[in-house]
Write a protein of this length. Structure first.
Length: 125
């Protein structure tokens, strides 16, 4: 992943359906994640990514949402927060879509990817 794969949502308005962001990628689902962060309260970061082996494999069935949750809609936020609470962890797999992780720091995310998902860390420097 590189900075071109990310967008940073600074502010959103559910009422006006607007988002203010920085980055090359136009945020779609990311706006819902900002709303979920507000509801979860204790988290600073939300990361949404796709990796078919994780999303469509059976290794993490206990972290998959029970139903498909339509992305790109504010109406999905309540369902996502309910599923995070049901699963009892800081991450989930949206059935047939992608991974959502909620946490505090980039280091926490790196640890999640390497320790939980067991993706080998590559040093680009």
């Amino acid at each position: 992943m590189s900075p071109n794969n990310f967008s940073l949502v600074h502010h959103f308005s559910k009422k006006e359906n607007l988002a203010y962001f920085t980055g090359v990628k136009i945020p779609t689902f990311d706006i819902e994640m900002a709303a979920a962060l507000e509801m979860l309260g204790k988290k600073r970061m939300a990361i949404h990514f796709h990796q078919n082996e994780i999303t469509r494999g059976s290794r993490f069935d206990d972290h998959k949402t029970e139903k498909v949750i339509e992305y790109g809609r504010f109406e999905s936020v309540d369902k996502i927060v309910r599923e995070i609470k049901r699963i009892g962890d800081d991450w989930l797999i949206l059935k047939d879509h992608g991974v959502l992780w909620f946490g505090q720091t980039v280091t926490d995310f790196e640890n999640f990817v390497s320790e939980i998902l067991e993706v080998k860390k590559i040093n680009l420097c």
